[in-house]
Write a protein that binds this ligand. Sequence first.
Ligand SMILES: *Cc1c(COP(=O)(O)O)cnc(C)c1O
Length: 361
Amino acid sequence: MKGWEKNIRRVVPYVPGDQPAGERLIKLNTNENPYPPAPGVKRALKEMDYDRLRKYPDPASLALTDCLAAYYGVEKDQVFVGVGSDDVLAMAFLTFFNSEKPILFPDISYSFYKVWAELFEIPYEMVALDEGFHILPKDYYRENGGVIFPNPNAPTGLLLGLEQVEDILQHNQDVIVIVDEAYIDFGGRSALSLLDRYENLLVVQTFSKARSMAGMRIGFAVGSPRLIRAINDVKYSYNSYTMNMPSLILGVEAVRDEAYFKETVGKIVKTRERAKERLGQLGFTFPDSMANFIFAKHEKAAAVRLFEALKERQIYVRYFAGPRLENYLRITIGTDEEMEELYRFLEGYLEEDGWKAQKNI
Ligand SMILES: *Cc1c(COP(=O)(O)O)cnc(C)c1O
């Protein structure tokens, strides 16, 4: 071993879903929105003055934070934006999780939490979900250095009611509680309404899922001015210009078109409810998802094999190895047409698979 090798930081990175290239593939593996961003985003992109790229963007990202504050009915000093919610969450870990006591998050959840905890050397404990994959608020009553969970949870899609979220907050008033609401627009009630009563609450959302802009990388946090000031201090100690000029302009356009946002989210919710029926008829079981994906398993078909067979047919879904997850596939809700193709393939596959099982091949 060379002397310098021992100075290299060793980490186990988060593994994002595949981004395969190709025209005809059906991409249901990273919870992207199947519909394009709002028409105003396209217009603003075409009209963008490229000479502005010469200059640094606004380090405070005021156009976007002010617009989000107005949309969500909070004060301007209650909003923080970042390069996707991954950036916002990483900053929040750095800023708010500095206790000797372990932070708590669910054992089956967004796998990035563990990666950040390791990277920033934050002690953590993963709290087991119950048999049915539910987060139980009482498991979060114990002493800790902070709490974070997604609501709805990923990859299960299960939603905690606002009362349960408040239950967790009530029992954790001495630490910062982060609610990661990447999927809240697909059917949940946001914890934003609890901000007035809990100064230690940080709500994090993203433009990547319900707002169809994963490629733009925009995420944001809403919290008390105290928390927002603290996370900004850390941001300015790390990188002053996180948000590029196009993302500030296009982000505002996406927020402006509320009608389009509601329409596309409504379509996805309708397709999801139909998917629950169709997958149920095909023999799949799944937690009752309130997100834009369904976490499904089949009694007879092994998930890995089905995953590979789907991939061969250019249908991409997500498979997670590991205890309690290995029998499941996480299927993002696509357009109705994409989902019909999925059901058609599954019908054929399961028929053939059933036949193989009978014949013992
Ligand atoms: C997708 C996702 C994020 C991150 O999304 P960004 O694209 O970085 O905004 C954060 N948390 C959860 C639970 C997610 O599923």
